[in-house]
Write a protein of this length. Structure first.
Length: 237
């Protein structure tokens, strides 16, 4: 954002930059449709500070998911409480396993080669952002499936190996790369990397206009893809 006092007060620059030589930064977390590429919802916040991390911002967006949806995400989102929240909403998940969690395929119910069902226990320590009542409302354990596909370990609530094979899960997770391309299109192709407004309120409006323009383009792509009998992202291949 432009380096104005108002922008700096609301969206401070990176802490490692000296005063006067940095620019205000905003962190964005969004929910993006895999089928159309449209941006369904976005949360905005400062680049750093309490509650400004990706997970903190994402907690504002959980209502974007409804029963029957599938949440596809990288290892950052593979947490007990997020999986439990999605399951409560009737939403299935496919995440890459978090690097801090050890996967032992000798445990749990064997489903196939490096494929099993396992129970995760609720963390004993309640997160600071969660109330005691919320913590108690979560189940004491979750039953999830851990499966090795290629060089990745995936965690999913799709528990049936017959209905959801390893190849199916690998195929689905590979499509997560589409979100990286979508972010590049929004930031670079549309030119949203550098904003022009001098106040936080106008910067937020500017970003929403970018998302509106982007979604209008995605609408036209979806209509064209429907007529051609292909997926919208295949129009760019």
């Amino acid at each position: 954002m432009p380096d104005t006092e108002a922008n700096q007060a609301c969206f401070p620059q990176h802490g490692k930059q000296a005063s006067g030589v940095g620019f205000p930064l905003v962190r964005l977390v969004g929910v993006i449709s895999l089928s159309t590429g449209a941006v369904l919802d976005v949360a905005m916040g400062p680049y750093q500070g309490k509650g400004s991390g990706e997970y903190g911002l994402f907690r504002r967006l959980t209502d974007a998911f409804v029963a029957g949806d599938v949440m596809l995400g990288d290892s950052y989102f593979c947490s007990y409480f997020l999986i439990a929240e999605m399951m409560r909403r009737g939403v299935d998940v496919v995440f890459e396993q978090h690097g801090a969690r050890h996967t032992d395929f000798r445990r749990g119910k064997h489903l196939g080669t490096r494929d099993h069902l396992v129970c995760w226990s609720k963390p004993a320590i309640r997160p600071n952002w969660m109330s005691v009542e919320q913590y108690r409302a979560y189940p004491d354990e979750l039953r999830v499936r851990e499966v090795n596909v290629g060089k990745k370990i995936l965690v999913t609530t799709f528990l049936s190996p017959r209905q959801f094979t390893k190849a199916t899960l690998k195929d689905l997770f590979w499509q997560r790369w589409q979100v990286e391309l979508t972010l590049r299109h929004i930031k670079t192709t549309l030119g949203m990397e550098i904003l022009s407004c001098k106040t936080p309120a106008m910067c937020e409006k500017e970003m929403w206009v970018y998302f509106l323009a982007y979604n209008l383009i995605r609408l036209l792509m979806a209509q064209a893809a429907l007529q051609a009998g292909i997926l919208p992202h295949q129009l760019m291949l």
